[in-house]
Design a protein around this ligand. Sequence first.
Ligand SMILES: NC(=O)c1ccc[n+]([C@@H]2O[C@H](COP(=O)([O-])OP(=O)(O)OC[C@H]3O[C@@H](n4cnc5c(N)ncnc54)[C@H](OP(=O)(O)O)[C@@H]3O)[C@@H](O)[C@H]2O)c1
Length: 281
Amino acid sequence: MTTAVTGATGHLGALVVDGLLARGVAANDVVAIVRDAEKARSLADRGVQVRVANYTDTAALTTALAGVDKLLLVSGSDLGQRVAQHSNVIEAAEAAGVSLIAYTSILKADTSGVSLAAEHLATEVRLTESPVAAVLLRNGWYWENYQSSVPQAVESGTLLGAGGSGAIAAASRVDFAAAAVEVLVTEGHGGKIYELGGDEHLTYSDVAAVIAQVTGKPVEYTDVPPAEYKQILLGAGLPEFVADMLASADAGISRGELDTDSGDLQKLIGRKSTPAAEVLR
Ligand SMILES: NC(=O)c1ccc[n+]([C@@H]2O[C@H](COP(=O)([O-])OP(=O)(O)OC[C@H]3O[C@@H](n4cnc5c(N)ncnc54)[C@H](OP(=O)(O)O)[C@@H]3O)[C@@H](O)[C@H]2O)c1
């Protein structure tokens, strides 16, 4: 049984490769699909098969997927390009005879108004049209997303956002990687949709309190409307597409679109999710 992971030089993909090896999958049965072989040197040193293919190159992807049974397609990072890129990976998997594709989607992809959800939903639709069995890992937010907010929040005493009083059921990348490993090393996941969220349901006021707790500095949350939040982000020098994406995500948080109590993550990983305080500490 050969298992491939795309984005294997990224944060999540690397954790999944580690997890497969930790579960006893032989290194030679793991294929790391990367776009930069140099970045994957440590994987090759551990005996993992490193194959180079960009999501833009269907022919290279088909070659990279030769002999692969199960594939984790880690969603890409080129916003606006991802439906075409993910479709290339799916087409290559079909051509190579892959038997299962697991895809890292977003929580509530089919109903979410968060701008990021559109490309995920289009990829999910492409997967449902494929003859290859698919399992949808609808990942919630990473607590790691808030790591970069900590210095500014501590310095100013304010965590700024547009999430209102909406709760976020985030978890750590380690937790989402463990869920992906579980669907790759066990059977019966084809056709399943997992809504993956953590045990905590924290509002931004709660996140501010966690930052205060782990840093020992006073931090309080200030809520602004999404349009104002976008302008503040633009003023801080962020590109417009990033400001739009972050404002849209916060609006989604205010509507509860990054919250879930499905229990799917906990069932897959067999434990509670990693607390925000542990991640942010
Ligand atoms: N749930 C969340 O809160 C959250 C937050 C951020 C992102 N995401 C999504 O989840 C994915 C995984 O998260 P992460 O933290 O592991 O992100 P990451 O560290 O940025 O990893 C993304 C991986 O995708 C690879 N990749 C991107 N474009 C590619 C292309 N055109 N061809 C081949 N490989 C490509 C990257 O390759 P390189 O290593 O060469 O750069 C990298 O390995 C992200 O890509 C994004 O879609 C989710």
